[in-house]
Design a protein around this ligand. Structure first.
Ligand code: G2H
Ligand code: MG
Ligand code: MG
Length: 316
């Protein structure tokens, strides 16, 4: 996923296409029945239009790497915990994205999941910065459970791109997207809520995690789902396929692009305290409506995962 933001630029939804030109599954990211996102106008600031072309090309190449790797035997290692998995494909895709973009845009900066795991400081400045999750849903990828995406965001260019089964270009007017596609449900008893587990599995953390889920299930809501890809789940909020998402323990590369997509689709993204989202905080609540988001915020007991920018091992 490649995304960038220039705050006052207009940007509008262009299209959702499938890498192999197959129709997208209904409800994967949008539901117009054709597998196509309603195409409107494409507007890219001249400065950054080149970035979009490059992003599309890289995403296609990275998507091919992942699609070919998914069928093969994988070398699986763990990072911060035994459940925090990484494969050769994660490294290969991140290297492909960073090396290509660095050649093309020497002044741009990078925050990458696997580079951070290797000790590169996770530092977000005002410089154009690409935030990269080479495979989101690595555990799914390892098990061939097909919910995984390549995610990369450019912090200063209005574009976002995801590649695995899909390539997405979303370009919206900041703060005023015309495509209000998030669910507008305000009644939590009619909500489907998504979450992810996080890498910590000690008994105290799991008690809090299960307690939070129990509260939301007993609201009652229609249900709680865990699909194994934070960003895909967040994109489901943008698409209107679910009403809310919350998580402790995700990273800036899981949230960054999806947060913009949700906002521009008319939804809200915030901190688990109800305050503004802090990209480095490793926690998030997102929803189609403020009412549902506020309800979720009130139910949650926090889990401390530290911060991406100050706790590189991620287990503070
Ligand atoms: O598979 P990844 O990139 O580790 O991401 C996990 C959450 O951090 C699933 O979204
Ligand atoms: Mg991820
Ligand atoms: Mg990843």
């Amino acid at each position: 996923m490649l995304y960038g933001s220039r705050r006052r630029d207009r940007f509008e939804c262009s299209e959702v296409i499938d890498v192999s030109c197959r129709p997208l599954p209904v409800n994967t990211l949008h539901q117009d029945g054709t597998g196509r996102f309603p195409v409107t106008r494409l507007f890219v600031m001249e400065d950054w239009s080149d970035c979009l072309d490059v992003a599309v090309q890289i995403a296609r190449r990275a998507g091919q790497v992942v699609q070919s790797a998914v069928k093969q035997e994988k070398q699986v290692s763990s990072k911060s915990t035994p459940t925090d998995l990484v494969t050769e494909a994660d490294h290969q895709v991140e290297e492909l994205i960073i090396s290509t973009l660095r050649d093309k845009y020497p002044s741009h900066r990078f925050i990458g999941e696997e580079s951070s795991a290797a000790g590169v400081k996770c530092e977000l400045t005002d410089a154009p910065t690409w935030i990269i999750d080479p495979i989101d849903g690595t555990c799914n990828f390892v098990h061939r459970y097909r919910n995984h995406h390549i995610l990369c965001l450019n912090h200063r260019v209005n574009m976002f791109l995801s590649s695995q089964h899909t390539i997405l270009h979303f370009q919206f007017p900041h703060g005023g997207g015309e495509h209000r596609i998030c669910c507008k449900e305000r009644d939590v008893s009619k909500a489907l809520i998504l979450t992810e587990i996080g890498a910590k599995r000690d008994p105290a953390t799991l008690d809090i995690f299960l307690g939070n889920m129990k509260k939301l299930l007993s609201a009652p809501t229609h249900g709680v789902r865990i699909i194994g890809s934070s960003t895909l789940a967040l994109c489901h909020i943008a698409s209107g396929a679910a009403e809310a998402y919350y998580q402790y323990g995700l990273h800036c590369w899981d949230i960054a692009a999806a947060a913009v997509i949700i906002r521009e689709a008319g939804g809200c993204v915030m901190d688990t305290t109800g305050g503004p989202l802090d990209l480095m905080s490793r926690r998030v609540v997102a929803a189609g409506t403020r009412e549902i988001a506020d309800y979720v915020v009130k139910q949650l007991q926090p889990i401390n995962y530290g911060r991406d920018d100050t706790d590189p091992d991620g287990l503070a």
